[in-house]
Design a protein around this ligand. Structure first.
Ligand SMILES: [Zn+2]
Length: 268
């Protein structure tokens, strides 16, 4: 083994949707020279980068794999909502998506032939028909709509009780990001927007989204909630903000930015 590869690695090992973590309050993944030392079987591993100078791997654990002593398989999403570090979460999300890509692309969707890894690329290829399979990524827009000192917030049926956020939705085939944004806001709330400005982006691994954030201003229309899409929506000012999305989410960052713009602070 070349010297630069010496030393222990961090193993982001997934059994279905669950990540192998050490017992304890702080979320940590196992660190060892080889994955085999942990006593678990794997048929897939992929190097995913460095965390504080330590090599990291995405690993698929067999469905009947039992956690080693002092460790457990835990749902990544539930850990996110209890608060784990942003950098760690990013690496865990990358691992989850790469393992998920492997699990769902073992065979060609066109002819059922077993796929092969492509050297030097994050790709699989069908040796029979030649089609390439890349990890699935779904672009989604997330947009903060403002009208002066008011912000438009809504809640989806799946949100924790009382939680409101900015609007979001997937980009459809053949659609530009700007079109997706106008369509989503119009469909969900009946509102028209203008002055669209880029805010930032965030990978979101539940399951394969890339959230692309924008701010926009209210341009017209009356608030009219589409019950097929969202449960409730409303205009909020600093004084009456509802429960907000968790830290590290781009939605929260966008709302915090609004609060700062309005000259307030929010601690909930
Ligand atoms: Zn094929």
């Amino acid at each position: 083994m070349p010297e630069r590869f010496a030393g222990p690695s961090l193993w982001f090992a997934f059994r279905d949707e669950e990540l192998l973590v050490l017992d304890g309050d702080e979320v940590r993944v196992p660190r060892s020279e080889t994955f085999e030392e942990l006593g678990l079987q794997t048929s897939f591993r992929w190097e995913i980068g460095l965390l504080d100078g330590t090599r990291c791997w995405a690993v698929e654990v067999d469905p009947d794999g039992e956690p080693p002593e002092g460790m457990a398989f835990r749902d990544l999403r539930s850990m996110f909502f209890t608060g784990i570090g942003g950098t760690f979460f990013r690496m865990a999300g990358r691992a989850k998506q790469i393992v998920g890509w492997h699990v769902t692309h073992r065979f060609c969707g066109r002819d059922g032939t077993e796929t092969e890894a492509v050297k030097g690329e994050m790709a699989k290829r069908c040796p029979r028909c030649g089609i390439f399979y890349y990890p699935r990524l779904s672009p989604a827009i997330i947009v903060r709509v403002q009208d002066g000192d008011r912000i438009l917030l809504a809640r989806s049926p799946g949100f924790p009780p009382g939680l409101y956020s900015v609007l979001a939705g997937f980009v459809e085939p053949g659609e530009s990001i700007e079109e997706a944004m106008r369509r989503e806001v119009r469909e969900e709330t009946g509102i028209e927007i203008e002055n669209i400005r880029y805010f930032g982006s965030q990978p979101w691994p539940f399951p394969n989204s890339l959230m692309i954030g924008y701010t926009a201003d209210y341009a017209g229309g009356d608030l009219r909630v589409d019950p097929a899409e969202i449960e409730d929506a409303g205009w909020y000012t600093l004084d009456d903000l509802p429960m907000l999305p968790p830290e590290f989410s781009i939605a929260r960052t966008m709302i915090e930015d609004f609060i700062e713009e309005q000259g307030g602070s929010q601690n909930s």
